[in-house]
Design a protein around this ligand. Sequence first.
Ligand code: GAP
Length: 544
Amino acid sequence: MAEPKENLQMEKIVSLCKRRGFIFQSSEIYGGLNGFWDYGPLGAELKRNVKELWWNTMTRQRDDVAGLEATIIMSPEIWKASGHVATFSDPMIDCKTCKGRFRADQISEIPCPQKPSRMVNECAGEKTEARPFNLMFKTHTGPLESDENIAYLRPETAQAIFAQFKNVLETARQKVPFGIAQVGKAFRNEVTPRNFTFRSREFEQMELEFFIKPDEVIQAIHGSVATISENPQSAIRNPQSNWGWQAWHQYWVEERVRFYEGIGLARATLGFHHQTPAELAHYARACTDILFKFPFSKKDEAGNAAGDELEGIAARSDFDLSQHQRFSGKPMGVFDEELRAAWAKLPKEKQDDLWKRYYEHRKNYLTKSAKPDETPEQISQQATEDANGLAKGQYLPHVIEPSAGVDRLILALIANAYSEVTKTDDKGKSETTVVMKFHPRVAPVKVGVFPLLKNKPELVAKAQAIYELLRPHLKTVYDDGGSIGKRYARQDEAGTPFCVTIDFDTLGEKPELLDTVTVRHRDDGKQERLKISELLEFLLSKIR
Ligand code: GAP
């Protein structure tokens, strides 16, 4: 049977990743470990660039976001509060014949371990009922492997942000609305890791928790909440103090799409999935997934792919801070003088209206998250206290969470960059080569420096001097092996956007070209002559 085209594309990508040192199978010499991947020399540079661009965009270029770098192992109480201990699980089905264990929602797509050519739903073996299987990796802290010492490798970076919310708020001298950003490893014991790095067991996340005022607080201060229709596309980039959660959610979706565009993923390669009420977590108000059209993404009958998730942007209400407040017993709310002053000036009916709505929201949350021993009276009393806090300028911030996977983005960038060029020479012989068309901002190597000939000391000395000039500022490689054409092809495969050749004109063979070099552009092969004195600034201007 012919190989489906999209799988062929993935095969080519996986093979290039290994051949050129983007991504290797973890522990390959021992047969590999399913769901774990290592980044080789080019992959490590690519990943570093992506994380640095995210960090710069999300923290350093903004006044309203601070960074955090928390530990991977944290108090297990965090995962009880977040709900991961109780509910972070996939429904699993065991096959009594082949002893395989499969995700219930994927059972028709998985090869049987005993007969890989057969899909599991064809395997005659009797299946168990679906049972929950927790995805967190467990370990123990200290020398005793007892239940008291259980700890988990974090399944997301987000919870550390919530747990450290008050410390960051105070030390970064921020006020709501503001965000906390973190990049780091996350671990999930995925039952069926697949699609190369797309679903891995160890991966990295880039997460922002952006804390905002609840809509009731915005109404108390500003009279009303700006709605989406008042924030058309052109205005959504300029945050306003009267924005409620919907405008902030829309703002972050747009910001994140712009980030992807800025690193070479055109809007046409992306898709969106707006989670339906049935898909949303009980505490979430909305979640928009940004999708990328991967080669393995399912296509409809017309051949169009919706894409697979790169990032989710969720409006999570005040669920997380509320949970940590309840479980830790430590206050997670903020004091807002503007609210206190505005509340005192509100007419009684407005106060009553906002109080009631905030009370209902808190009661709803407390009821859904109630511990078994909590009575409706206790819940009602707590919700009353929370709503009474408004008059004192106190509330629990809500949160908008743009949560992106580094590894999925790397895979998207690689798939997006992959292109083949076939050239036919004068004798009619065709050759197909790979050109990785990375945006210069993310390209693992920015520039290749070549002396035209390696046996001419003057050329070599000049080329070495240019290499030393560039390398403190840009990832640069020096290559003097083989013909210039071969060297270009090597850099095309690595995705290097610029190659600089030092030739006899550089040395002044044509006096008017003294101290100039040839800069060759990867995507169209065009060459231009530039002064060495202008080279660095030229290259830097392309990657800013
Ligand atoms: N804090 C929210 C959260 O963790 P998520 O949708 O479970 O939400 C966020 O994960 C992002 O992390 C996903 O959009 C995806 O890019 C990445 N991600 C999640 N599971 C992954 C896995 N097993 N392998 C690779 N990336 C994963």
